[in-house]
Design a protein around this ligand. Structure first.
Ligand SMILES: [Zn+2]
Length: 206
């Protein structure tokens, strides 16, 4: 298999190669696929090749949508609904968090973290989303998505069952990839709906 420059650099001294079998530290059960009745996302529909490719596509898709939104990119379609820029900034941070998670799972043996640390991080960052520069956000989001896709392809799908535990809930690399993709696709649909509402002049009431 091809060298893995994206990941080998993150292995610590004496770190094991990703292809070596790992000793089971906890009872590992099969992690279910990500599914969402609201937007119809079904992670099981993505082959091992399609999943990283879809993640990589997120950057261009977000950039195109932000560009298409034009002056509406900062408009909130209704009370409690984020603008396109705010959703994009959120998706950038969620993607970055998943880059971190996937890298941890690939380079450590079943690491464990306290609950909602990432959520708190994202919540505190949300206050700055409205003033974010759309071009910069799009570029940063694309960079994070590409990095996540690189981690997935460089490790090979045989490594996607490696896991990590956050607050007592175990997840694995494939599910992290599915969740990152779903989060972005879900919010892309939110933004598309919001832009339609703004243009039609009938902002959502909620
Ligand atoms: Zn969804």
């Amino acid at each position: 298999m091809a060298p893995r420059p994206g990941i080998s650099g993150h292995l610590g001294p004496g770190g094991r190669g990703l292809s070596e079998p790992l000793p089971p530290k906890i009872e590992v059960t099969c992690v279910e696929h990500e599914r969402c009745p609201a937007c119809g996302f079904d992670g099981s529909r993505y082959s091992d090749g399609a999943l990283p490719a879809a993640i990589r596509d997120l950057g261009p898709t977000w950039k195109a949508l932000l560009g298409e939104a034009g002056a509406d990119q900062r408009v909130r379609p209704g009370p409690g609904v984020w603008s396109a820029v705010e959703y994009a900034a959120h998706s950038r941070d969620v993607t970055a968090l998943h880059v971190f998670g996937v890298r941890q799972a690939l380079t450590h043996d079943e690491p464990s973290y306290p609950p909602i640390e990432g959520d708190a991080l994202i919540e505190s960052a949300a206050a700055t989303y409205g003033d974010a520069d759309a071009d910069l956000v799009g570029t940063e989001l694309a960079g994070q998505a590409s990095e996540l896709a690189d981690l997935a392809t460089d490790s090979g799908s045989e490594a996607w069952s490696r896991g990590l535990t956050i607050g007592g809930d175990r997840t694995d690399v494939r599910r992290l990839l599915e969740h990152a993709l779903h989060d972005s696709l879900h919010h892309l649909a939110d933004v598309e709906r919001g832009l339609v509402a703004i243009r039609e002049g009938y902002p959502d009431e909620h």
